[in-house]
Design a protein around this ligand. Structure first.
Ligand SMILES: [Zn+2]
Length: 259
């Protein structure tokens, strides 16, 4: 086991300890990064602090605006400088315009998601199991569940590697991780921790997303994520996942899908 991996594992143990002590703070990484997870239930948003900037990753649904704001104010002495969105689904982007105006900051999303965010409309992804397929089928007829419509953010700009490095430094990186949606991206810090959006969930021990437009692309994205040195994977639903657990589930899923 390399020195780097050992240090990542040690850090992860510290993370787990920190989580039991304080809900919001999840990790203190090297190179001056501090990462928090918000208390929102519908979507796990993350706050990354460096000595220069604070970046919010994802914004959750409209009804969780206050809880995300409270998490931000609990952990931040200063304002956020940018919002990065992992993909264009409404449960991640619905408050983008609100936070952009509240903090007078820019909002970024991958090029493939830009028009959807600017227009306030996304597609409901395909289900990967019988329940999620049923939910997808019912979306248009449930009056209180309008997944495909959200508050448009016309001022949004394109998220790329240059933007990520501008706000988070040279050791941060953006990679495309399609499958759940075609516009999904992940953000890596120090090649040690990855923010993966809905490329992975962590609900009741299940990591495989209940929704994905292209499952083959999703598995390829999992492979790409596992080919990094990252030891901790932060999904947008549920708690962070260790590499060990991710590898185990990846192998089982590959067998199940006969890939
Ligand atoms: Zn999604």
């Amino acid at each position: 086991m390399g020195k780097r991996l050992k240090s990542c594992r040690k850090r992860q143990k510290k993370v787990e300890k920190a989580r039991t002590e304080e809900v919001n703070m999840i990790i203190l990484s090297k190179n001056g990064y501090t990462v928090h997870q918000t208390n929102s239930r519908r979507c796990a948003c993350y706050i990354i602090e460096t000595d220069k900037n604070c970046v919010l990753i994802d914004t959750s649904m409209g009804f969780e605006k206050e809880i995300v704001t409270k998490s931000l104010k609990d952990v931040l002495p200063k304002k956020i400088n940018a919002v990065f969105l992992t993909h264009s689904h409404s449960d991640h982007v619905a408050n983008a315009k609100y936070f952009s105006e509240l903090f007078n900051c820019k909002v970024y999303i991958s090029n493939k998601g830009l028009t959807k965010l600017q227009q306030g409309h996304c597609a409901m992804p395909h289900g990967t199991n019988s329940i999620s397929r049923m939910i997808r089928g019912a979306e248009s007829i449930i009056p209180f569940y309008q997944f495909t419509q959200f508050s448009a953010c016309p001022q949004a700009e394109q998220l790329n590697n240059e933007v990520v490095k501008f706000y988070l430094g040279e050791s941060a990186e953006l990679i495309e991780t399609p499958g759940h949606s075609d516009d999904s991206v992940s953000i890596l810090l120090d090649d040690c921790i990855a923010f993966v959006g809905d490329a992975m969930v962590n609900n009741f021990g299940m990591l495989y997303p209940p929704f994905a437009d292209d499952e083959k692309a999703l598995i390829d994205s999992w492979k790409l994520l596992l080919n990094t040195q990252c030891d901790l994977f932060c999904p947008a639903h549920g708690k962070p996942v260790s590499r060990e657990k991710f590898v185990k589930v990846y192998r089982n899923i590959k067998k199940k899908l006969l890939l």
